[in-house]
Structure formats: C-alpha cells, structure tokens
Design a protein around this ligand. Structure first.
Ligand code: COA
Length: 274
C-alpha cells in the first residue's frame, strides 16, 4: 500500500484501490488530494498490470466534493492561483474518464458535488444503501461545474438531472441505482463483497479488450450508425493486432472445442501464449 498525503493506494495484481483519506473533512477534495490523485493514476499506469481501479472513501463519506475553502474561497482573489489549483482537478477528472483500466466507484457514504462527479465519471459504480447523493452547488449559488453537469446529464434521466441540479435535493443509493448513476445499491455490509465480485468479473478479461471496449462505447454513443460501424471495424482490427488475434486464436478455438460457452463465462486466458 502506498500512502499519499490524502489518499491510500493499494495495487494488488490486476486490482487497484484508491481510498480518499480525509475522513474528518468528509473526504472533500483539496488541492493536495487533486495532486495525489494524479500521482495515484501515474503509479497505476506505470504498474502496467492493473485492469480495474476501485475509488472509494475512508469513513462515512465517499466524498463531499471540492474543498470549498481550499479550492474556491482561498485562491479566488488570485486568478492564476485559482486557475492552477482547479486545473489539477480538471486534469484528473478528464483522465479518470478516459482511463485505460476499468474504473469502479464504491460509494460508501455521503457523495456531494465532486463526489457525484467522480461516481458519474467512473465506468461502473456500486453504492451502499447508506449512500446519500446531492448536487449542492445550487445551494452556494453556482451550477455543477468541472464536468459535474456533464456527468449528471450522462448518468441521470433529464427530469431527474434537472431536479437535482436545480434544487440541491438529495437522493439515496437506491434512487441512484434507479436513475442509473450506479449499477446497484446494496446493504452497507455487502458493499465490499459486491465490489469484489464485480472486479472479479473484470480481471480475467484481456486488458486491451477492456480498454478498447470503453473507447468504442464512448465514441459510438455520440455518433450515428455508419460512423459507429466505421470506427468499431477499425478498432476491432487494432484490437486483433494488439492482442495477437487472441479472440480468434485462443477464445474461439476454445469455443470450437466446446471447452466453454461465451454466453456464460470468459475463455481461459491462462492458455494465451506470452
Ligand atoms: N469543502 C470543505 N470542507 C468540507 C466540505 C467541503 N466540500 N464538506 C465538508 N467539509 C468539512 C466541514 O466544514 C467540517 O469541517 P470542520 O470540522 O472544520 O467544521 C467537516 O468537513 C465535517 O463536515 P460536517 O458538515 O460537520 O459533517 P456533516 O455530516 O454534518 O455534513 C455535509 C456533511 C456533506 C452535508 C456537509 O459537510 C456539507 O454540506 N458539505 C458541503 C458539501 C458541498 O457543497 N459539496 C459540493 C462541493 S463541489
């Protein structure tokens, strides 16, 4: 485990966990945490073996969002300082959205503003039934920024998104699952086990396939069918080449021998020649 000033990072083979570690401040993201988050992502990328990254919070909160004092109030009078402080945050927000490994938010508790953003930017998310979400920006006079409106619009249906953006009202883990912000909400004592189960389904897949599947999803949801087909055909050949045609030479050969049913599970990657 690597302890950064405001985060704990654990890399265990194909799994990494980033734990926000400012429990006394409800894991509000201060400038140090933004720097630490970039550092944690650097370390995970440098490791080269991680297929799934879980983001979670220590204590009773996932994250209370941006540190309102350290990120907004204090640097506000110095425009360059304000810009620099917040650019570090915007950098990792964009980075985590496009991260090659699959990102999973394990929403263990309070999740406000930037906490909703982080859950929304992750590819997958599981919430505790104790989790409580809110877009509190309207309550201090702004709209959700830094990608938070984008993440809300891309994860919640329109009326729900506008309701929470405009009112600052809160919603539960179960509601977050209903809207689609998280894949499921589970009793708090099942959160670790359910997250492990989800990560377990990812880590036996080919990491190149996981990364390209994410790229194809993101590209194709924002384009028309002919452009989507053009893109996925090109990506399929890129995938084939980058994986030495593993889908043909290993996966479908195993299917040909009726060694497994792809509808039910993943092929055996242990047989992949190194
Ligand atoms: N920025 C800076 N400090 C924050 C914070 C934030 N986003 N969220 C919580 N904290 C601090 C509190 O000010 C308090 O600090 P203190 O001990 O120095 O007084 C500490 O964390 C504990 O929070 P507290 O308010 O006592 O906890 P609570 O359980 O009663 O309430 C919240 C939790 C999340 C409802 C409340 O802290 C809150 O409204 N925070 C702001 C949320 C927000 O607007 N986030 C959006 C940012 S984009």
């Amino acid at each position: 485990m690597t302890s950064l000033e405001t985060l704990n990072l654990e890399i265990d083979g194909p799994r990494a966990t980033i734990e926000l570690n400012r429990p006394d401040k409800k894991n509000a993201m201060n400038p140090q945490m933004h720097r630490d988050m970039n550092r944690a992502l650097d370390l995970i990328e440098a490791d080269g073996n991680v297929k799934a990254v879980v983001a979670t919070g220590k204590g009773d909160s996932f994250s209370a969002g941006m540190d309102l004092e350290e990120c907004f109030l204090r640097p506000f009078d110095d425009p360059m300082e304000f810009y620099r402080t917040n650019k570090v945050a915007l950098d990792w927000f964009m980075r985590i959205k496009a991260f090659p490994a699959v990102t999973v938010a394990k929403v263990n508790g309070l999740s406000f503003g930037g906490g909703v953003l982080l859950a929304g930017l992750c590819d997958l998310a599981i919430a505790s039934e104790k989790a409580l979400f809110g877009l509190s920006e309207i309550n201090f006079g702004i709209f959700p920024a830094g990608g938070a409106t984008w993440a809300t619009a891309h994860n919640l249906p329109r009326k729900a998104a506008l309701y929470y953006i405009l009112t600052g009202d809160r919603f539960t883990g179960a509601q977050a699952a209903e809207y689609g912000l998280v894949n499921k909400a589970v009793p708090h004592d099942r959160l670790d086990a359910e997250t492990d189960r989800l990560v377990g389904m990812l880590v036996n897949k080919n990491p190149v396939t996981l990364a390209l599947a994410k790229q194809v999803y993101e590209h194709n949801r924002a384009t028309d069918l002919p452009a989507a087909i053009d893109y996925d055909q090109a990506k399929l050949w890129e995938l084939s080449r980058l994986t030495s045609n593993e889908w043909i030479n290993v996966a479908l050969k195993q299917f040909e021998k009726r060694a497994y049913q792809p509808g039910l599970k993943t092929y055996q990657r242990a047989e992949v020649p190194s």
